[in-house]
Every structure is written in C-alpha cells, then in structure tokens.
Design a binder for this molecule. Structure first.
Ligand SMILES: [Zn+2]
Length: 383
C-alpha cells in the first residue's frame, strides 16, 4: 500500500525546491538542488545513486534498485525541471494542500509524477518485494527546453522498457506528436521607395510563403489523419524584415513551427517547403527564397499490445476498477527520445491543471493511484 502521507510530503518538498529551467528563464535555479534532494532520499533507501552531469550544474539522478537476476529491467522516469515562476498567482513554491489538490509550479508538470515513482518504490521496498530485473529511476533535466537530460540518460542505460509519468490524468498515452522549427528567408533588392523598376520587396514576397502555409493547413495536412493525434499542423511563429518606410526591404525572415505525426520527419517538412520554393522560383525569376531546418524532434508511437503497455494497462485496470482510456498527447514528450533509443515506453501519470499557467495543481488522489499502478506494474514486469 502506498504511504499517502509520506508521498504527499515528498511531493511538497520537491515543489518547494526551485528547479526552473535556466534555458527558459535567465534566473532559473536549474535542477541541482532538487537532484541533490532526490539523490539523498534514494541513497537513504539503499539504492545505487549516480549523478550524471548533463550540462554544468544540471545533473540527472539515476537511482538503481538492483534485481536479483533473470528478470526484465524497467525505467521509471520524469523530468525535474519546471517552467518559469513568472506571472504565477500567490507563492509559486508554497506546495500548499487544499482538499485533494497540491498547488505550486511543477506540482502537475511533473513533480506529481516523480512523487508517484518515489511512493511506489518506497511501498515496494517496505513490503519486502525483491525484483529480479533492475528497477531504474531516472530523474532528468531540461525536458521543458531541449531535453538534454533524456538525451544523456539513453547514452548511459538501456532498460527493457520505460514508464514515463508525465501527467496524463490516469490515461494511457501511447502516442504523441513531434515538432520541427523552420526558418524561411526571402531576399529582395533594397532601393529608394520610388524606384519600383529596381526595388524587389522581400516582405511582399514572403507573403507567398505565408499563402503556402495557409494552403498546407487547408489542403495538405487534413489529408493525413492519425487515429489518436488528428492531423499535422503548422503556424507562423515570428516574422521580421524591412529597412525603413521609404525603402524596398532587402530581406524578410519567417519562423514556422510544424507539429508532426509520429511517422513524419524534419526532412519531410524541408521537402514540403523546398517544393514550394521551386514552384515560386519557376514562376517568377525575381523570387529568391531559402529554407532551413533549425531543430526537430520526432513524435512517438507504441502499439497497444506492446508488453510494457499491456503491463501498465493491466495494473491500472486492476487498481482503478476499469480500463484506463487510451489516447495520444499533442504535446511533445521525452518518450520520443526513449523510443528512438530502442526503449519501449508508455506514458501514464496523475491529473491536475495548469501546466505552464498562473495556477498549477496536481490531484493527490491521482498521485497515489498512479503510485499504486506503478508498484503493481513494476512487480509484474520485473518478477
Ligand atoms: Zn512535463
């Protein structure tokens, strides 16, 4: 049985430790303090604890409960960083409890999920459970920015499966989207605003690329549908250009974000834009544009009948008294990196509200339920 009081206190302690991602916020405290706190706790439980430096003063915690041998290993994982405290209402780190809600930045995304992992392991050890396969706890940095934490983690360990406890409202998440950031530049010819014969307007030219983006949304993306994730999408994120009111602009720059279905890649997006550029260049000799892929993360998908998915589904059905809803998440998650590294991963975590918002809370009952599901799944998987 999960120790609810202890699990609540562990969560409260973690929420009270500032771990704002310094990649998102110059004043961000980073993951050092929360990692040290988790490492101490895991050491006190007798786990083998390693701090893996993912960047200067940004450690992953890898805590291993060694199996007795012959069983499958499992990674229970989640991120220790949070988004900024700015614009939050009240004290963002007070970790106060009201009813079954625990409030504070990171409570929902995703220290609640970390508390479920810790509560599960504490219960299993107290009950005298002996895993045959290793139970590895991975508390990683930087998911909210570039995911250097999980990138480093998969260089170091290769478990047989993973459970990521991002908040899913106790639903079973088996797919999520990827994303790609694209830079588009159009080149014009600068000139006095009266000299239409020689000036080439790079901003007006960029309009043709915006029109292409609208066409993707209208015609291209709706043609492909994923059963859990709907369609791909793209939106203009930022635009700049121009030299002055009386001058033809020599260049314009547009940044676009694409959200991808699991089987779509950054190269697919590049090809889409290159085709557009080719057509526009052929149609108008003065058109001059280029495209570049700035950053890309693939989406993720695992079969419902994959063993780790079935293990968590069975445990959840048993504990919750009904089968958990199976769904896909639109946001990107670290499971894509785990999956790419050959680690079958399922996502299952507590519910709440306010990820990245002014008021954030996690449902404590869900934290306990998730912990119990994890405990039973670990038993079934590693025995
Ligand atoms: Zn998260």
């Amino acid at each position: 049985m999960i120790d609810k009081e202890l699990t609540t206190r562990l969560l409260q302690d973690m929420v009270r430790i500032n771990s704002v991602n310094p990649g998102l916020d110059d004043l961000g405290a980073g993951e050092t303090d929360v990692a040290a706190w988790i490492a101490d706790l895991c050491r006190s439980w007798g786990l083998d604890v390693e701090l893996q430096e993912t960047a200067y003063e940004r450690p992953n915690v890898i805590a291993t409960w060694r199996g007795t041998g012959g069983g499958q290993s499992v990674l229970l994982t989640g991120h220790t960083d949070t988004v900024s405290l700015e614009n939050m209402l009240g004290d963002p780190l007070d970790g106060r409890v009201e009813g079954n809600r625990l409030y504070g930045r990171g409570s929902y995304d995703m220290k609640g999920g970390l508390a479920s992992i810790l509560g599960a392991v504490e219960a299993l050890r107290r009950e005298g459970f002996q895993p045959r396969g290793d139970v590895i706890l991975g508390f990683v940095t930087d998911e909210e920015y570039l995911s250097i934490g999980t990138d480093a983690l998969v260089q170091h360990i290769k478990p047989d499966a993973a459970i990521l406890t991002e908040p899913t409202e106790l639903r079973l998440c088996i797919a999520h989207k990827g994303f790609a950031w694209i830079n588009l530049v159009t080149h014009g010819v600068a000139g006095h605003g009266s000299l239409y014969q020689t000036g080439v307007d790079a901003i007006a030219t960029m309009g043709r690329l915006l029109a292409a983006l609208a066409r993707f949304e209208r015609e291209i993306f709706p043609a492909r549908q994923h059963p859990l994730l709907g369609r791909a999408s793209a939106h203009a994120s930022m635009i700049s250009g121009g030299l002055g009111l009386s001058t033809y602009p020599d260049h314009a720059r547009l940044q676009v974000e694409h959200r991808l279905l699991p089987d779509e890649t950054g190269d697919d997006v590049l090809t889409l834009w290159e085709d557009v550029l080719d057509v526009l260049t052929d149609a108008d000799s003065r058109f001059n544009g280029e495209v570049e892929l700035e950053f890309y993360r693939p989406g993720y998908e695992i079969a419902l009948d994959a063993p780790i998915v079935q293990t968590v589904q069975n445990a959840a059905t048993e504990i919750m008294g009904k089968a958990p809803e199976v769904y896909g998440m639109w946001a990107w998650l670290d499971s894509a990196i785990l999956g790419r590294a050959g680690i079958p991963t399922v996502i299952f975590g507590p519910g709440g509200r306010g990820a990245h918002a002014a008021v954030e809370w996690v449902n404590l009952d869900d934290v306990f339920t998730c912990a119990q599901v994890l405990a039973d799944a670990v038993k079934a998987w590693t025995s």
